[in-house]
Design a protein around this ligand. Structure first.
Ligand code: URA
Length: 245
């Protein structure tokens, strides 16, 4: 048996989602800044089902379901990108073991790779973020061996052949260069296994250390290894836009 959806006034839903006070949300509605399921709504009496309504403010998707959780984690080196580990190795599930939601990680980082990993219980968003067709950009900083020649960026952005097919970097830049090693930043829109390590290996610059610093507009910032933070409304709006939600 399906129960009747519980309809709630739009300004209350927006206020609960932290967009604005109820009064300010009313102002936004009257000014035509709010849409529900693709239609601009200016009526203050409008009620919506927060479980299903697609609500946007100034075009930005607002997540109004209060059961959905979105976290950014700075995964430390040595930790596995799994929710449980039957061999008792440290895994990201350990960091959220006390939470009641059934969270999962969006994609993976190698155990040796550090940096940004998203955790959520939003299956639709997670699925799209991982799906290659949406080409979500991921930024990595790598410490590599060797002196990076001029022209490496052009080679990486024009495409390099790997065992399982070609890969193209979207952007590449050298951040720092010292005798025998360099720090580089590389942006890719795909997520095949060990892709950054394999790519940089292929062009003669094995990776010594690898950190993912951003996924689309979500950046690692000052988040400490092993720490989590909730995504901001702006970040969530950007992620939804990146995958057409
Ligand atoms: N590319 C890699 O080689 N490793 C990661 O963990 C992520 C991207």
């Amino acid at each position: 048996m399906t129960s009747e959806p519980e309809l709630v006034r739009l300004q209350k839903v927006l206020a609960k989602a932290g967009v604005a006070s109820r009064r300010a949300a009313e102002e936004m509605i009257v000014r035509g800044r709010v849409s529900v399921d693709g239609e601009v709504v200016r009526e203050l009496g409008t009620k919506v089902d927060p479980d299903t309504a697609v609500i946007r403010v100034d075009g930005d998707r607002v997540v109004v379901r209060d059961d959905l959780v979105y976290l950014a984690l700075n995964k430390p080196r040595g930790m596995h990108s799994t929710m449980t580990d039957d061999r008792g190795r440290p895994c990201v599930g350990d960091l959220v073991a006390d939470r009641t939601e059934r969270l999962f990680h969006v994609g993976r980082l190698d155990a040796d790779t550090e940096g940004l990993l998203l955790l959520t219980n939003d299956g639709e968003l997670a699925h799209r973020l991982m799906h290659p067709s949406y080409e979500v950009l991921k930024t990595y900083v790598a410490e590599v061996e060797g002196v990076v020649p001029r022209g490496l960026g052009a080679r990486l952005t024009s495409g390099v052949e790997l065992d399982d097919g070609p890969v193209k970097a979207d952007r590449f830049r050298v951040l720092d260069s010292r005798p025998g090693r360099a720090m580089v930043e590389i942006v890719l829109h795909e997520g095949r296994n060990h892709i950054v390590r394999r790519l940089l290996d292929e062009v003669g610059h094995p990776v010594r250390r690898l950190v993912r610093t951003a996924i689309d507009d979500v950046t690692l910032g000052q988040l400490k290894p092993g720490s989590l933070r909730p995504l901001t409304r702006k970040e969530l709006a950007a992620l939804h836009a990146a995958v057409g939600l």
